[in-house]
Design a binder for this molecule. Structure first.
Ligand code: SF4
Ligand code: SF4
Length: 353
């Protein structure tokens, strides 16, 4: 059992490291190319990362069944799975009893009508969106039309916190990576920028070690302390891990809104590049839509700080509400976990504003 529990945690580590590598690679190209060629480097780094991911995805598909890359390696898939819990859309079976009586379970095992679930998910067991890629293959393979895609209340999955340690660590990667990239790209620390960009140099290795220590040790360690402070003394020690993992669910809204606030900085300053890039995606002098010559200009700059503050405050309120509900259901004081979210929000605000 222990081995099985460790495997997804290792894959979470893989998610984090792959995401880290992808962004670092992009940052390296950015540094090497120079500010005057931003448009070209965006296209180049994007295509190179895409090509590398495609290469690994095809390689893994030749060795392992179904979509091993999507499930275990893809940094985008790992985080989209977390965000998908907030989606107002879900795919679920209509009648669980029909599934229990269904011969062959073609939605999972495949049939002449289509493939078995590429994500190795049995639709009847779906309780959350996290591991469903919404490819809709099971809609084709189910011979009983027992699968529905339906609207639901926003963020419904977050009402039932996960008890999985690997999902807890994904939350820390999401929050920690937002803090680190905000510090590197928006902070005033030239030494940190150089360390992050000089791939292979001694400073870069220190940066790598600090990055991994923050997301896999410092953030989880301090959150564990916060959760421990809220637990009654009489609580059996063995249930601590379950409480820790449950409370980590409350970090998902915080991480989501951290990334929204962080991305606003780039959207507002670089949005005009989108028009130029659409016309010349490879930097080869094309002008497909006649927008290649659109000149750069920052947008909504006077609204940026209020919008970011609004996003961060919204994330904090949402996380605080989640933590309070988790605490109430488990009979645990959520206040230390809420204060932890508050401290991280202040830190992010200091980096962004
Ligand atoms: S094929 Fe349809 S009815 Fe059968 S197990 Fe899958 S979802 Fe249920
Ligand atoms: S939509 Fe795709 S990933 Fe989701 S359960 Fe169906 S087959 Fe699996």
């Amino acid at each position: 059992m222990k081995t099985i529990a460790i495997v997804p945690t290792l894959f979470t580590l893989g998610n984090g490291i792959c995401g880290f590598a992808a962004v670092t690679f992009a940052a390296k190209i950015t540094a090497d190319t120079g500010d005057d060629q931003v448009l070209q480097l965006l296209a180049t780094s994007g295509w190179l990362i895409l090509a590398a991911m495609l290469f690994v995805a095809v390689g893994l598909s030749l060795i392992f069944e179904r979509r091993a890359f999507c499930r275990y390696v893809c940094p985008v898939g790992g985080f989209i799975g977390l965000y998908a819990q907030a989606a107002p859309l879900e795919l679920r079976v209509k009648d669980a009893a029909a599934c229990a009586a269904c011969a062959g379970k073609p939605c999972y095992n495949g049939s002449p009508a289509g493939y078995g679930c590429p994500w190795l998910v049995f639709p009847a067991s779906l309780k959350k969106n996290t591991y469903c890629g919404l490819c809709l293959e099971c809609l084709r393979t189910c011979p009983h039309e027992n699968i529905a895609v339906r609207l639901r209340p926003f963020a419904a999955d977050l009402a039932s916190p996960s008890r999985r340690l690997d999902e807890a660590f994904k939350s820390f990667i999401m929050v920690g990576a937002a803090l680190i990239y905000a510090a590197i790209l928006l902070g005033p620390w030239g030494g940190l920028k150089s360390a992050a960009y000089e791939v292979g140099a001694a400073g870069w290795w220190l940066y790598v070690a600090s990055f991994l220590a923050l997301i896999f040790a410092v953030l989880p360690g301090t959150y564990a302390l916060a959760v421990r402070f809220g637990l009654p003394r009489s609580l059996p020690t063995h249930s601590f891990r379950a409480h820790f993992s449950s409370f980590a669910t409350a970090l998902i809204p915080l991480g989501l809104l951290f990334w929204v606030a962080f991305s606003l900085s780039f959207v507002s300053t670089n949005a005009t590049y989108i028009l130029a890039t659409l016309s010349d995606p490879l930097g080869w002098g094309w002008n497909v839509f006649g927008t290649a010559a659109v000149s750069w200009q920052p947008l909504i700059t006077s609204w940026l700080a209020p919008l970011q503050t609004f996003a961060l405050a919204g994330g904090l309120l949402w996380s605080g509400r989640s933590a309070r509900r988790i605490g109430e259901e488990a009979g645990v004081n959520p206040f230390p976990a809420i204060m932890y979210c508050f401290a991280l929000t202040l830190l992010m605000m200091g980096l962004l504003l």
